[in-house]
Design a protein around this ligand. Structure first.
Ligand code: NAD
Length: 514
């Protein structure tokens, strides 16, 4: 049965979620999705919104130039710096009480001067409350699965979007998981490691009954990492007699505590397997190809390393704090050291990298290149950016980096797109391998993980390509015959067609309980 939605195409007032669901409804129309399955999928199963509180420490916040003028005559205090002043990534310092022991303090209106560091206002710590989310979108194919994001701009709409994306992604990757996403509205750069740990502990404390290795399995996302997964694991399993059977409650763990080899690079690796396939099919040589990378975190930096190993030239890198450009190609190993081995670089930013020139963000998107890998946040390539792009292909490392307008412009300009739900599915695929290893108490080699990942990504990519070209085929590695729909569609719609057909099969074969 074919059910067309009356409001299709009217995306202006829809918000992030409505806009993201356009592709879902377009593909649902294309496959004639069962109306009850459409209803099940168009809103999440559960929207958990809750609050977590922690005690925060006092901070030292630097004065701005204008404020400094009022304190020029303030004498310096003999505060013991060292480890008693803990630098935060946003430029503030955490003030541990031991800094004030035997100190000679000159305080005026809450301001003090610290030798060699400047003037600071003491900001009182105390209890703070944060909004937390976990959206469980769908579990018809398996336990809810999706990342935990710590960021200041998260919202219900955004998490609904990202959770739904996980449902499509796990179906496309053909792994037995559903979709979820969640996190905390917090700027992690404004808090210490200890405060973030407390926040994480409270998150798990409140959410514990709704998660578990066969219920809902978080993983790292923007602003979180393996350390945070370790804290979540500890909080979830602490005191449980069968704690070792519960290791699969989170993925993205350090390999020394049950993580999988290859997980750190997996998302970037999956994107590069897709890029290899695109290059093979279009007859494009990766050797010497020029690449733009946006975001130099987990996904962007892994993709950059792997593409550089293919002989690509990474000509520009953009992150939240700066953009660098080198026409002859950036030395990726040196950039990695600069961002991740330099204790002064608390924000792990490319800004100030001496091996390349600084350019503006607007200019970044106009740099002439062959491939762009947006691997930061969503919505970065809108219609205007898409108009200015000088590349032949965009590989969506991030979730939703291209807006609907951006998509339309890229299609009109015949710039290829590898959609996020296959391009960045490497992370969740290896998360599944990690979960399998945990359940079986096994440890696979990196080679084993990567060869499974390569087969999985490339065969699912081939199915999507066949759907897009409407060329049903069966080879040793893939079988697209059950999924082609009798007409050509763009790659994004093709990926969604694959997801919906795999998901719908569960509802149609298992039926609905009434
Ligand atoms: P991360 O926190 O490790 O890195 C994020 C990077 O983006 C940082 O370099 C940051 O400076 C940069 N950034 C943030 N805001 C920016 C802005 N406004 N402009 C330019 N750069 C900006 O995050 P990550 O894990 O690499 O995730 C990146 C993207 O990939 C996200 O969209 C995430 O949802 C998606 N993703 C990640 C994984 C994974 O396994 N980590 C899996 C699938 C999808």
């Amino acid at each position: 049965m074919r059910v067309m939605r009356k409001d299709a195409g009217n995306s202006q007032k829809k918000g992030v979620y409505g806009e993201a669901m356009e592709t879902f409804h377009r593909a649902a129309d294309l496959v004639g999705l069962h109306p009850r399955v459409r209803l099940e999928l168009e809103e999440p199963d559960f929207e958990h919104i809750f609050y977590v509180s922690i005690d925060t420490r006092d901070r030292l916040v630097p004065l701005d130039k204008e404020e400094e003028k009022h304190f020029l005559d303030l004498p310096a205090s003999s505060v013991k710096a060292g480890d008693a002043l803990e630098p935060l990534a946003n430029g503030n310092f955490l003030l541990h009480r031991r800094a004030l022991l035997n100190a000679d303090i000159s305080l005026r209106e809450g301001v003090l001067r610290i030798p060699k560091r400047g003037l600071f206002r003491i900001e009182k710590g105390g209890p703070r409350k944060f909004k937390a989310y976990r959206i469980q979108h769908n579990q018809v194919r398996g336990p809810y699965k999706g990342g935990i994001r710590y960021h200041k701009d998260v919202s219900l709409d955004l998490f609904k979007t990202l959770a739904a994306e996980m449902t499509w992604k796990t179906a496309i990757a053909n792994i037995p998981f559903g979709g979820a996403k969640g996190g905390i509205r917090v700027d992690p750069h404004a808090y210490s490691r200890e405060e973030i740990e407390h926040l994480t502990l409270r998150y798990v404390y409140k959410f514990k009954n709704f998660m578990g290795p066969t219920m809902d399995i978080p993983a790292p996302d923007v602003g979180t990492n393996g350390d945070i997964m370790a804290v979540m694991l500890r909080q979830y399993t602490d005191g449980e007699r069968d704690k070792h059977a519960l290791k699969g409650v989170v993925t993205g763990k350090d390999v020394r505590i049950g993580g999988s080899e290859g997980r750190v690079m997996a998302t970037g690796q999956g994107a590069v397997y897709c890029i290899e396939e695109w290059a093979r099919v279009t007859g494009f040589a990766l050797q010497g190809a020029r690449v733009l990378i946006q975001g130099f975190g987990n996904v962007g930096s892994s993709a950059a390393q792997l593409l550089a190993a293919h002989g690509c030239r990474i000509v520009a890198v953009d992150d939240a704090y700066g953009t660098v450009h080198a026409d002859a190609g950036i030395d990726v190993a040196a950039l990695l050291d600069y961002c991740y081995k330099n204790p002064e670089n608390l924000r792990h930013s490319v800004a100030g990298f001496p091996g390349a020139a600084a350019i503006s963000k607007a200019d970044f998107w106009k740099v002439e290149a062959d491939i762009a890998v947006p691997a930061a946040l969503g919505g970065e390539i809108d219609g205007e950016v898409a108009e200015g792009l000088k590349v032949r292909m965009v590989a969506e490392g991030a979730n939703g980096p291209i807006t609907l307008d951006g998509d339309r412009v890229l299609a009109a300009r015949k710039i290829d797109v590898i959609p996020d739900i296959i391009c960045n599915a490497g992370g969740v695929t290896v998360s599944y391998y990690e979960w399998l290893q945990n359940q079986r108490m096994e440890h696979w080699t990196e080679q084993e993980v990567n060869s499974r990942l390569e087969r999985a990504i490339k065969s699912n990519y081939a199915v999507i390509r066949d759907i897009a070209n409407d060329k049903a085929a069966r080879t040793n590695d893939h079988d697209s015959r059950p999924f082609c729909i009798g007409r050509k569609v763009d790659m994004r719609a093709a990926a969604m067609v694959l997801a919906l057909k795999r998901i719908e099969a569960h509802y149609l074969l298992e039926g609905f309980s009434n």
